[in-house]
Every structure is written in structure tokens, then in C-alpha cells.
Design a protein around this ligand. Structure first.
Ligand code: A3D
Length: 317
């Protein structure tokens, strides 16, 4: 029986964490690719040396050659540059769009049947550029952002109400940026919607509003605390949850930047929406009915994504 193969393009902060998590969760053999010489090889060797202690048998290989990703079942892309304090995600667009072209060519030539998860920012635009460059079907590629944004929302809500994060479900839609849309009426604790919890006195509306704002700016909060680089533990965990749902055909309902062709009235754009991820990749887009307010926020978020994609097209990306 063939072993599952996971290719990680970019061996930086997120790439290294993805490799370790893939091993710890026994998801398959890992190939860690980067243009920097030594870094992917060094991280791969370090993780391989953790394997006897942790008890996993995954083979972990570092490389600078795209040929090594041949036949990968899943590709997770973090190649590019992250934000520095004071930068917005959109400031990364020129550099990272060029990187997506190189990565797309590597995927097209070596593993065109893989399920591809893009993490590189600005996320919604980069997943678009990557899909075009790789020439793969739109259901076999998506962007990781919604799982992370929802996780941040869940963490803040659980902390505020002093309950287990396991019992908090949260819904965050739209582009990955300050215009993302946390949908409070679909966010629950053990099935009880947030507006009901406000009425029950578990949390005040002011606190909910401040958590929504903190979630929107959650990435920036970590960037300014770290001083250099951006979040990597939670982003890696989030992408691994998506990869696992694909590899094990779990059909989890996860928000991700999925290709829309008419859903939500949006055409040919990757935007954060709830999806079902299984062996077919992004198998379904879940279409919600928005309130007027949510629709307005979603439309604004989509307009921001479209503007960025248009600027990539002008750059020839
Ligand atoms: P970092 O630690 O800098 O790693 C990026 C790696 O990409 C480095 O090792 C580079 O050498 C490598 N690289 C650069 N150019 C190429 C290329 N052409 N081909 C292959 N590898 C290349 O960054 P990171 O791991 O912290 O973050 C990676 C990306 O994820 C950045 O764009 C972040 O902005 C983004 N990010 C997204 C989220 C989302 O929620 C969407 C969250 C956190 C970070």
C-alpha cells in the first residue's frame, strides 16, 4: 500500500510546525521544500530525530528540488514573506504573487492531482494566483484562514465565559483580513447561540463586540507582540485539520477560502465560506442566509478580495 505523502512548500515558521504536526498525527511522509539551502534539510533532520521519542514512523525529508514533491497527496503552501509590524497583509502582494507562480509551476509539473492548501498572504488573492499558476481544478485547492479566524474567536469567547474551548463553536466568514465577518448568531456554546447567551447574562453585548474586533485584528496583535514574523502555531494546526479531513475523508464542515462560481452571488473568486472537505477536496460550499448587516459586511469583504485579485492580474500574476 502506498504511503501518504505531504509536501510542504516553505520551510519557515509555519512550514516547520506543519512538518512536526504531520509527524505527531501520523498523517504521512513529509517533504519539506524551500529555496533556502540547508534550512529544510536541517528542520527535517531535527524532526526525524524527534520521531523515536514521539513514536512516529513518518519519513521527513528536506529538499531544494521540486522533483521531490512528485506524487504528493497534499501540498500545503507557506512560501513567501510574512508581515512585519506596521505592514498589512496586502503589502505582501507583489512579492508573494511571484512566489505563487514558481510554486504553481512546481505543483503542475510534479503533483497535479494533489489537494492544495494555501496559507501565504494575502490569502484570498494568493490562492487565486496559485490555482491559475498550478492549473489544477478549483475544488482541489483552497486557502486556510477561516479555521484560524474561527479558532481565535473560539478562544476569546471560551476565555470570556470560562468554558472549555471544545464546546465553543464559532463562525467567521469573508476574506482573511480586517473585513472578515464573525457571524455571532451562528456562534454557539454547546449549541446555545451567542445572542441567547447574551440574554442569559453569560456575556455582555459589549464584550461580544470587543471580541469580534479583537478577532478581526488577531493576526496583527501577534505580529506586534512577536516583533518579527507572524503567527505560526495556530495557523499550522488549522491547516493540518483541513489536510486531515481530506486524507481521512472526514467531511468536516470547515470554513476555508473556496472557489465560488455563483454561490453567495460571487463569481470566480476565492472567499472564506463554510465548506465540506473530504476525499473530493472542497466537496460542497455551504450557503447561508445573511441578515442585511452580515450581507453588507460580506459584500465589503468580497470587494476587498476582488480589488487585490485585480491588482495581481495587472501585475501579470
Ligand atoms: P517564514 O517563516 O518567513 O517562512 C516562509 C518561507 O518561505 C521561508 O523559509 C522562505 O525561505 C520561503 N520562501 C520564500 N520564497 C520562496 C519560494 N519562491 N519558494 C519556496 N520557498 C520560498 O513565514 P511564515 O512561515 O511565518 O509564514 C508564511 C506565510 O504565511 C506568510 O505569507 C504569512 O503572511 C502567511 N500567514 C498566513 C496566515 C493565514 O491565516 C492565512 C497566518 C499566518 C501567516
Amino acid at each position: 500500500m502506498a504511503r501518504t505523502k505531504i509536501a510542504l512548500i516553505g520551510a519557515g515558521q509555519i512550514g516547520g510546525t506543519l512538518a512536526l504536526l504531520s509527524g505527531l498525527k501520523d498523517l504521512g511522509d513529509v517533504v519539506l521544500f524551500d529555496i533556502q539551502e540547508g534550512v529544510p534539510e536541517g528542520k527535517a533532520l531535527d524532526i526525524a530525530e524527534a520521531a523515536p521519542v514521539e513514536g512516529f514512523d513518518a519519513r521527513v525529508k528536506g529538499t531544494n528540488s521540486y522533483a521531490d514533491i512528485a506524487g504528493a497527496d497534499v501540498v500545503i503552501v507557506t512560501a513567501g514573506i510574512p508581515r512585519k509590524p506596521g505592514m498589512s497583509r496586502d503589502d505582501l502582494v507583489d512579492t508573494n504573487a511571484k512566489v505563487m507562480h514558481q510554486v504553481g509551476a512546481g505543483i503542475r509539473e510534479n503533483c497535479p492531482d494533489a489537494f492544495v492548501i494555501c496559507i501565504t498572504n494575502p490569502l484570498d488573492a494568493m490562492v487565486y494566483v496559485l490555482q491559475q499558476a498550478a492549473g489544477i481544478p478549483t475544488n482541489k485547492i483552497c486557502g486556510m484562514a477561516g479555521v484560524l479566524d474561527s479558532a481565535r474567536f473560539r478562544h476569546f469567547l471560551a476565555e470570556a465565559m470560562n468554558v472549555s474551548v471544545e464546546d465553543v463553536n464559532a463562525f467567521v466568514l469573508g476574506g482573511h483580513g480586517d473585513s472578515m465577518v464573525p457571524v455571532t448568531r451562528y456562534s454557539t456554546v454547546a449549541g446555545i447561540p451567542l445572542p441567547d447567551l447574551v440574554q442569559m447574562g453569560w456575556i455582555s453585548q459589549e464584550k461580544v463586540d470587543s471580541i469580534v474586533e479583537r478577532t478581526r485584528k488577531g493576526g496583527g496583535e501577534i505580529v506586534s507582540l512577536l516583533g518579527s514574523g507572524s503567527a505560526f502555531y495556530a495557523p499550522a494546526s488549522s491547516a493540518i485539520a483541513m489536510a486531515e479531513s481530506y486524507l481521512k475523508d472526514k467531511k468536516r464542515v470547515l470554513p476555508c477560502a473556496a472557489h465560488l462560481s455563483g454561490e453567495y452571488g460571487v463569481n470566480d473568486l476565492f472567499v472564506g465560506v463554510p465548506t465540506v472537505i473530504g476525499e473530493g477536496g472542497v466537496e460542497r460550499v455551504v450557503e447561508l442566509r445573511f441578515t442585511q448587516d452580515e450581507q453588507r459586511m460580506f459584500d465589503q469583504s468580497v470587494a476587498n478580495v476582488r480589488e487585490l485579485v485585480d491588482s495581481c492580474r495587472k501585475l501579470g500574476a
